[in-house]
Design a protein around this ligand. Structure first.
Ligand SMILES: Cc1cc2nc3c(=O)[nH]c(=O)nc-3n(C[C@H](O)[C@H](O)[C@H](O)COP(=O)(O)OP(=O)(O)OC[C@H]3O[C@@H](n4cnc5c(N)ncnc54)[C@H](O)[C@@H]3O)c2cc1C
Length: 468
């Protein structure tokens, strides 16, 4: 392979381009927008650092950490600030502490369950019955909501599981595939007869490895202790990848219109030019890849088109610290859909990470949209800012106007891993075997997080190199 064209300059495309370049391949990276990094975007304003896309990644999945270290960024990685690794959850209009001793959707002990104030007594009783529930042996996929309702009850779904997973998958839990997102819970049910029992054993170190890299015993709600970012913001990673590519490799404002298969290689059609490539990497939302492949392989295009996406938006605000009544004694909050708010979660970014705001200022990042709130994802930036501000006024007592705000809209950016996702991906992989000089990556297949995208890109580049 002499020349590879990578389409899409998000973290997936940049990683693939970097790997291919390092292996000696000439790479052209085509990006439709005016910047690299895709949904990642760190913005500086008045000594504050704001993230218009992702604000961290999970360090227990090694690929992003390894890439950062390889690029010499190891000393720039920071974790969430010690001492404030606690979060809130909205409960009947009031922000309450997330329960201690829970692992995402399940308590790790009956003691932890009894202590929480975000479940009613009947809700707690029903959750505790999980210990006695029968095991589902049917191997077909199940929705996360179906699983949680079956094992822990409706209240646990509405008050704990839905808000905990919404911030990760922006998904409707009634449609979210358990197999594709939390297969560990299926194993726990099957091997131990109960998720609570399995977590209790793992926390005591009785059955091998804890699911989150040894952190389960410490986990309180989302595993914030595991989350890391860069001192200079998330854009540090795409910036370093771009800098490692030879000048002229990345072409911005270059939208690929179509892709034509040749006897050997590909023709990549741009608005007013055609490029020849020995290999092509599609690092795009699966639906966009589907459109580009429609002429070459209708069946593969159809399979790709079956992966659904939802939009999300992030609004960042800078306030004077004294404009916020809340004590800001945690890193943020998740908002259950049953609370009927218009946001999914918010972070006190300047509490969560060092260096986000100078003394006396506060940065707050609001996450909104997703599958359960599509109209918010589709609103204008002005409307999104106004919705987010109204919610913050109500939830944390913001007064006055923000000193600055910026909205990052990401229409159709979040892949939805619906029930049957693994089968759909297997079908795509099978059909794609007919195109050995093509790699299809992005967040639509094997994980939505940044480490998943990096791992996927590494593997795809290695596969192309092996075949060439
Ligand atoms: C708001 C938000 C918050 C998130 N928070 C986190 C988080 O905190 N931690 C975490 O691990 N993950 C998070 N994620 C998920 C993660 O950030 C994404 O899954 C990942 O960054 C996707 O990268 P990508 O390169 O696959 O796709 P993208 O970043 O979507 O990049 C695709 C690129 O392709 C370009 N493109 C599209 N069509 C064409 C075309 N025809 N020709 C050329 N270029 C084209 C686009 O302009 C874009 O730049 C978040 C996602 C969102 C949207």
């Amino acid at each position: 392979m002499k020349h590879a064209v990578v389409i899409g300059g998000g973290i997936s495309g940049l990683t693939a381009a970097y790997r291919l370049h390092k292996a000696g391949v000439r790479v052209t990276l085509l990006e439709a927008s005016d910047h690299l990094g895709g949904v990642i975007g760190s913005v500086r304003h008045d000594d504050c650092l704001l993230e218009t896309g992702p604000d961290c990644w999970a360090s227990n999945k090694p690929a992003a950490m390894e890439l950062a270290n390889e690029l010499g960024l190891g000393d720039q990685i920071i974790g969430t600030r010690e001492g404030v690794r606690r979060s809130f959850i909205l409960h009947h209009g009031t922000l309450k502490r997330l329960p201690e001793g829970f692992f995402l959707i399940s308590p790790m002990s009956i003691g932890a369950l009894l202590k929480t104030s975000i479940l009613s007594w009947p809700g707690k009783f029903r959750m505790a019955l999980e210990l006695l529930k029968g095991v589902r042996r049917d191997d077909s996929d199940e929705s996360l909501a179906g699983f949680v309702r079956r094992r822990f009850g409706k209240e646990a779904l509405e008050r704990i599981a839905q808000p905990m997973i919404a911030g990760i998958y922006t998904a409707d839990p009634e449609k979210l595939s358990l197999k594709a997102t939390f297969p560990a819970f299926i194993d726990m049910e099957r091997k131990h007869g109960s998720v609570i029992k399995a977590l209790r054993k793992r926390a005591r170190g009785e059955s091998g490895k804890a699911p989150s890299g040894g952190e389960v015993a410490k986990a309180a709600g989302p595993r914030y202790g595991l989350f890391v970012t860069f001192k200079g913001g998330m854009s540090t990673l795409p910036d370093a990848l771009a800098a490692a590519l030879p000048e002229g490799t990345a072409r911005l404002n270059t939208c690929v219109k179509s892709l034509q298969k040749q006897d050997a290689g590909w023709k990549v059609e741009l608005a007013d030019e055609t490029l020849d490539a020995d290999a092509v990497v599609l690092a795009l939302p699966a639906t966009t890849s589907a459109g580009l492949l429609a002429d070459t392989d209708a069946e593969l295009a159809k399979a790709l088109g079956a992966i659904e996406y939802a939009g999300a938006a992030v609004v960042n605000f800078i306030f004077d610290r004294d404009q916020i009544a809340h004590a800001m004694d945690g890193i943020g909050a998740v908002i259950p859909a049953v609370e009927h708010r218009k946001i999914i979660a918010f972070s006190f970014s300047s509490v969560k990470f060092e260096g986000r705001a100078p003394e006396g200022k506060a940065v707050v990042r609001v996450f909104m949209g997703g599958a359960l709130n599509p109209e918010v994802a589709q609103a204008t930036a002005e409307e999104q800012s106004s919705i987010a501000l109204d919610e913050l006024r109500d939830l944390v007592g913001v007064t006055g106007e923000p000193k600055f705000s910026i909205a990052g809209a990401h229409p159709g950016a979040m892949a939805q891993y619906h029930v049957g996702h693994l089968d759909r991906v297997a079908k795509i992989r099978e059909l794609a075997k007919a195109q050995p000089s093509l790699a299809i990556i992005g967040n639509g297949f094997d994980g939505v997080g940044i480490p998943d995208c990096v791992r996927n890109a590494n593997e795809a580049a290695a596969r192309l190199l092996k075949q060439s």
